[in-house]
Write a protein that binds this ligand. Sequence first.
Ligand code: TXA
Ligand code: MG
Length: 344
Amino acid sequence: METKYLIVDNVVNNNDSYTQAVDFLNNSEIVAFPTETVYGLGAVATDEVAVQKIFAAKGRPSDNPLIVHISSKEQAQDYVVHISEIAQKCMDAFWPGPLTLILETKPNVFAASVTAGLTTVGLRMPDHPVALRLLQEINKPLAAPSANKSGKPSPTRAEHVAEDMTNIISCILDGGATGVGLESTVLDVTVNPPVILRPGGVTKEMLEEIIGTVIQPTEKEQESPGTPKAPGMKYTHYAPEAPVLLIEPKLESVQQAVEQLQATGQRVALLAAESFANSKANYFFTYGKDGDVEAMSSALYDALRACDKTDATIILATTTARLGVGVAIMNRLEKAAGGQWYKK
Ligand code: TXA
Ligand code: MG
């Protein structure tokens, strides 16, 4: 299959690109598109044939349900049994935006594999002009997981999608780099108090300001049988090819670690803020300005992918405090590293 690569920005007349994308979707094909978090791999959520193609393209286990994207808050009513006061407050405060709400789905409104046999569905209204226009023009809900191969970091640029999906999907809409850079916060509002199944750009603190107590299980608590889970969180994710080791962002200890690893014959890629640029690492990929967690979240996956283009044998990734968006960043870093920290 040849993949159509269509650049959609505000400069050129792009009506024709959206028409082509909508035609592909209506013909049970899949189209990758940008959202404010990461690129999504979209199929019409009511079309079982199309949704199956998503699982095949990603190599995704069939027990891992997909997020459904909609273009307005009102549409949620068409697909879910009940919208609680808490759910409504979340939509009003954070939609469009990087928050996925887990709700009880009406039976038989989506293709069966979208929900992977669960009675709930993850719904979200993305905050990106390309995603919203595509949703409005097709006027159907779109199931869309992140547009990477399973096990690869999520794509934050159309080029990343092309690396993983060229000749596998019908079309890529290139709307430039995404903003947030990490996948949406997944919040289970079928339970009270609501539980964060996956931390993201909408933080626990932001949620609590609107709806009161929210549970955010620690990594340990997530493993206990009683804790609500996102099926996807049990899979190893986001890992580049070379092993990743986490390290505190202290100039001196990072420099020592680089030298010690190089002394044992390793070629080191360092992921860190700008002030680490003069370290002696073989490769350096920046998270942006020191202390800027938004920049770090936006740069992280691009940096992890960039490591795969080098001959580095080990990746040292500096960490951040588990505060605000730092919780989501550390969740992804811990996964990329398989929980491994640098030890002297
Ligand atoms: O930012 C995002 O959420 C991106 C963009 C494209 O919207 N999408 C995304 O989708 O990250 P995906 O499929 O890569 O991750 C969806 C996560 C998985 O961990 C999945 O298990 C969980 O949400 N999930 C989906 N439906 C669920 C449900 N009904 N109950 C619990 N978890 C669910
Ligand atoms: Mg994903």
